[in-house]
Design a protein around this ligand. Structure first.
Ligand code: WQD
Length: 346
């Protein structure tokens, strides 16, 4: 059992990882500034895992004094899982400084805290965005990284570059996890993806259109050089992503690393087209969906999916949930949100 600090603990992947860590027997101290999440997620997490091994506080990582105060007043931390970051490609293009400020200052303060409070292990939330438009598929962790295509992608690429320099001057060991497209919701349907405002991501846009919050889904581009003309992605269930974080942390705790910075792809290895993802949703939900094929979206990668051999062989991680599981849980979560809002409105 270890004591783990989880930053962004009320966010999409953070909340699911908090649940997985506690269910695996660890203690969690979660922090969040609610800039891209909601305080009531804490109550939902307590419903799932209780408070015996879970505490949560509002902390803004851009203010080092808040972070240092928390760490000064709590028992020693064995590891940090750092999720807290903004993650919209589209928004980052319009407002790059918001992304550099939040994502990079937040990371720098976490690294400063690891040194000041002798925290031996860190898991960093990276992204397949660092691969850009890869020339070869599937991508491995050795695939050369091109110039980032968005400020968001640049913050993840810079984050990994910062870690390369950091580990040379620190005793903290780091794992960087490159997520592909996390989707879906916890089987309890009490936590899930909660985009604030109009979603830019495909799956919440599908479910919000199907539930009637959005008028129509546009599939961005039907003329790509792929099997059906739409983009290809590696969709992966958020619960499989959460499990990988617990396994990455235990990989560090058990000192199974061979270098001070280890990088892993977290994808299923299956490339799925946007049209195939829509068909999966229609099949499992049984509802109609108003959608059309529209123009391409600037900055979109044509196709990307993972070679996940390293995560399988070294972390012992196996993604278990299918695309249908992802769409089914995402839809049931959207329905639960409507029921919650309907009750609030009454
Ligand atoms: C997926 C596909 C769109 C919305 C994101 C993050 C990135 C990484 C992976 C890790 C694309 C199409 C979308 C819509 C559509 N996450 N689409 N209509 O851009 O692959 O990357 O997930 O942390 O950091 O940015 O995700 O869901 O926006 O798009 O046709 O209304 O769905 O064109 O092909 P993306 P996405």
């Amino acid at each position: 059992m270890a004591r783990i600090l989880v930053t962004g603990g009320c966010g999409f992947i953070g909340s699911h990882t908090v649940v997985d860590l506690v269910e695996a027997g660890h203690e969690v101290i979660s922090v969040d500034n609610y800039s891209n999440s909601y305080p009531w997620i804490e109550d939902r997490i307590v419903e799932l895992i209780g408070r015996e091994r879970y505490e949560h506080q509002e902390v803004d990582l851009r203010d080092y004094h808040q972070l240092a105060a928390l760490l000064t007043n709590c028992k020693a931390i064995d590891g940090v899982i750092h999720f807290a970051a903004f993650k919209s490609v589209a928004e980052s293009v319009k407002n790059p400084l918001k992304y550099f400020d939040n994502n990079l200052i937040g990371l720098n303060n976490i690294l400063r805290a690891c040194d000041e409070f002798a925290i031996p292990y860190l898991v960093f939330s990276s992204s397949c965005t660092v691969y850009g438009n890869p020339p070869e598929l599937p991508v491995t962790e050795q695939t050369p990284l091109p110039e980032p295509e968005s400020p968001y992608g640049r913050t993840k690429r810079m984050g990994e570059d910062i870690l390369k320099d950091y580990v040379k001057a620190s005793s903290t060991h780091v794992v960087s996890l490159r997520y592909f497209n996390p989707v879906g919701a916890h089987p309890s349907i009490r936590i899930g993806e909660l985009p604030i405002g109009v979603p830019s991501y495909l799956v919440p846009y599908i479910t919000q259109t199907a539930i009637g919050l959005r008028e129509k889904l546009t599939i961005f581009g039907g003329d790509y050089p792929t099997r059906d003309g739409s983009c290809i992605r590696d969709f992966i269930h958020v619960c499989d992503i959460a499990a990988a974080h617990t396994q990455a942390l235990e990989f560090l705790l058990n000192k199974r690393f061979t270098s001070q910075l280890e990088i892993f792809n977290l994808g299923t290895g299956n490339g799925v087209t946007v049209k195939e993802a829509v068909q999966s949703f229609l099949k499992v939900s049984g509802v109609n969906l108003n959608y059309e094929i529209g123009p391409r979206r600037d900055g979109d990668v044509v196709a990307i999916y993972a070679d996940n051999t390293r995560a399988r062989e070294i972390l012992g991680w196996t993604p278990r949930l299918t695309l249908d599981d992802m769409m089914d849980s995402a839809w049931r979560w959207e329905v639960s949100l409507k029921e919650m809002n309907d009750q609030l409105i009454r």
